[in-house]
Design a protein around this ligand. Structure first.
Ligand code: MG
Length: 393
């Protein structure tokens, strides 16, 4: 059976890896649509190679450039943010792989869930912002949601060993990022360059910073909460610097089932595409005798305040996680632009959370409203900080 795939965000790190995986899987996996935000050149090169029926740029300013680059190909061009929704709903698409950075892909992910598609979700924002809603829509419309995030893929794989009600807890592993051994004082002096160098995973700048603040793991707590419908008390985080055990599930009898593998996103991407089958692919195989030692420790919840906030937000639900995510996205942008310090990222997020009135049982519109509010609030907070810093010097 041929599987028809749409990739939302095909020019990013996950998107490019997904295409490598699909290359190796052979002709049973066909690309129907590809999208990028603004990288028209790479998107055009991908269109030339994979011959999709549709290509889309969400930033419409690049539509003309894209059209010129693919003028000799038989491909339909879509442009603007709604292009993703259009792609996600295409009749001929079976699997929608979403790898769009940030909140931008959420309406398309919801649309795919409503159409009963098989969703392979690589970026965690849809689940962080709208996990409850997304779960409900997929369930009601016969859609399946397969995690691509390495930890959640590991949990999903381990879950195959028992029934959901037999799960005692899930253990999310975290590499700890570049500042695993840092004190609160060290964290105050972190530079942009230090924050962008991750010891294990090679990822885009946003997620690398999220990994350094451990905000990424905080999001993963929320993601696990909704993806596996698991109470927050049953979700534990352990630091595992080797990043070989991608996560674990403890069952009621005391058995702990883990998924191990080399730190390579190709493996979880492939499993989400071939599930429930397993096939030979391009991921490098693990040699435990070369790794020799696997270590685990509890995270320091005071130095890594983001983790404590993640637990709080996962417990609160409603609009809290939308604010949490959006405030962080805005704060990381400010940090990458050199306008705030590393330590200010989590401070700004906490500030926004403290000023927000949480609403529960919300619609997508209300979640997006909370998202927009948090971005405004974070940017206002930055102006305030910059002013204070100038006043102090
Ligand atoms: Mg992850």
């Amino acid at each position: 059976m041929v599987r028809h795939i749409a990739i939302l965000g095909s020019t990013g790190s996950i998107g490019r890896n997904a295409l490598r995986v699909i290359d190796a899987l052979g002709p049973q996996y066909q690309i129907v649509a590809l999208s990028a935000h603004s990288n028209a050149e790479l998107l055009a090169a991908q269109a030339r190679r994979y011959k999709p029926e549709f290509v889309a740029v969400t930033n419409a300013d690049y539509a003309e450039q894209l059209a010129e680059l693919v003028s000799d190909l038989d491909v339909e061009i879509l442009a603007g943010p709604d292009a993703l929704i259009e792609i996600a709903q295409l009749q001929e698409v079976d699997i929608v792989l979403t790898a769009v950075v940030g909140a931008a892909g959420l309406p398309a992910v919801l649309a795919a869930a409503r159409c009963g598609k098989q969703l392979a979700i690589a970026n965690k924002e849809p689940f962080v912002i709208a996990g409850e809603l997304l779960r409900k829509e997929a369930k009601e419309n016969g859609g399946t949601i397969l995690p691509v995030d390495s930890e959640h893929s590991a949990i999903f794989q381990a879950m195959q060993s028992g029934r959901r009600e037999e799960v005692n807890k899930i253990i999310l592993t975290a590499s700890g990022g570049p500042f695993r051994r840092a004190s609160a004082e060290d964290i105050r002096n972190v530079t942009l360059e230090q924050a962008l160098s991750h010891p294990v995973w090679d990822m885009g700048p946003k997620i690398t910073v999220d990994s350094a603040t451990m905000m990424n793991k905080a999001f993963e707590i929320i993601e696990a909460r909704w993806l596996f419908d698991m109470p927050v008390e049953k979700i534990q985080v352990l630091i595992h610097p080797e990043s070989i055990v991608h996560s674990l599930v403890e069952f009621v009898d005391g058995s702990v089932i883990a998924q191990l593998g080399t730190p390579d996103m190709c493996l979880p991407i492939q499993y989400a595409l071939t599930y429930p089958a397993r096939v030979a692919g391009i991921a490098k195989h693990l040699r435990l005798e070369e790794i020799r030692k696997l270590t685990f420790e509890r995270p320091d919840l005071e130095t890594f305040r983001a983790l404590s906030l993640g637990y709080e937000v996962a417990r609160t639900g409603g609009t809290a996680a939308a604010v949490f995510n959006a405030a962080n996205e805005a704060a990381v942008q400010e940090f990458l632009a050199g306008r705030i310090k590393f330590v200010n990222i989590v401070e700004l997020v906490e500030h926004c959370l403290s000023k927000h009135d949480v609403k529960t049982n919300v619609s997508l519109e209300e979640l997006l409203e909370a998202d927009a509010w948090a971005r405004r609030e974070a940017r206002a907070g930055v102006k305030c900080k910059v002013k204070n810093a100038k006043g102090n010097s």
